[in-house]
Design a protein around this ligand. Sequence first.
Ligand code: DCP
Ligand code: MG
Length: 373
Amino acid sequence: MKQESTNRQRKIIHIDMDAFYASVEQRDNPDYRGKPIVVGGPPQGRGGVVATASYEARKFGIKSAMPSKKALELCPEVIFVKPHFEAYKEVSTRIREIFRRYTDLIEPLSLDEAYLDVTEDKQNIGSAIKIAQLIKAAIKEELHLTASAGVSLNKFVAKTASDMNKPDGLTFIAPEAVSEFMEQLPVEKFFGVGRVTAEKMKGMGLHTGADLKKLDEAQMVRYFGKAGRFYYQIVRGEDNRQVEPHRETKSLAAEDTFAADLTGVADMNAALEKLAGTVSKRLERYQLKGRTVTLKIKYSDFKIITRNHSFPHPVGTFDIILETAKNLLAATDLHDKKIRLLGISISNFGEIVRKQKNDSTGQLLLFTDQSSQ
Ligand code: DCP
Ligand code: MG
C-alpha cells in the first residue's frame, strides 16, 4: 500500500552553480570575464568536447557536450580554457561548508549541485526562501560566484525550479502551486526523460504534465516501464525521495588527467602505480577498506568507461589495488587507444549499507564528478 504522502510538508532547496567551470575560470582570470569561453578540449585535436560554456558563449548556441570544433564555428572568437579540477573541487567543498551552516541534510549530486532539506534548519530561520537567499549571498560574497536555487516541497520540483531563472535565480514553487506547475511542464523537463522517451511521449500526443496526468498508473508502467510509476507520482506533485546525506562517501577515488595522452601500456601502468599509491594512502588515513576496485578510463575523445572487480573481502593495500587496476586495464581493448585520464576508486566499504530507492531515478553517484542528467 502506498503511504499517505505527507504528514508533514518538507522544505527542499536545490542549489546549482551557474556555468560552473566557466564561472570559476572567469573569476580566476580577469581576461576571461565578459567573454565567450569554453572549458574543455581544444578544437585542434580530434574529439575536443565542451565541458561547459560561459553565458556569453551560450548566446552563440554553444552547449555542454558539443564538439569544440562546432563551438568554434558558432563563435570564432571563443576562448578555449583547460579545466582546473582542483579549483572546482575547492569551490565544491566551500559551498558545502556554506550549506552546512543551515542543515546537515545535504545530498550532493555533483561538484556544483546539491539538495538540502531545511524542513528544520540549524539557525531556526524557518523560511526556506530566506535560507536560499542567504546561501546565494554567501556564495557571492565569499566565493565570488553565483548559484541558482529552487525551493519547494520535494526534490523534483526544487530541481526543476532551480533551472528556471538561471543565472543567479531563485525560484519558489509554493505548495499550492505545485499541481499547476507540474501540469504546464513540458515532458522533456521531467527528470529521467531523455530525448528518446520525450519523442515517444510526443508521438503519443503527450506534451505536458497535464497530458501525462490523463494516464492511469498501469498505463504509465505499460508505456514507460518502471520509470512510468515515478512519472505517475511526480506529475501529481508526489516525490517522497528523501535527501540522503553522505552519499558521496561511498567511494574513495583518485584520478589524473595527463598533460599528453598516454599511448603505451608501460606509461599507463606507471600512472596506475601513482594512483594506487594515492588511494591506498588515503584509505589508510581514513582506516577504510573496500571490496570493489574500479578503474575509470577517459579516452582522447572524452569517452569514459569504467571496469570493476569485487573481492569477497575488503581490500586496501597498494599491491592489491595496483594489481587489480592493471588487470582491469589489460582486459580492455588498448589497441590504438589514447588515454587522457585514469582513475581508481574503492567502494563497497561494508558497514554503510544504504537502502536504494526502488524508483529508477534514485541516482547513485559512485564515481563521476560530472554527472549530467
Ligand atoms: N559538465 C561536463 N560535461 C557535461 C556537463 C557538465 O563536464 N556534459 C561539467 C561542467 C559544468 C559542471 O559539470 O560546469 C556542472 O554542470 P551543469 O549541468 O550544472 O552546468 P553548468 O553549471 O556549467 O551550467 P548551468 O548554469 O546551466 O548549471
Ligand atoms: Mg550548474
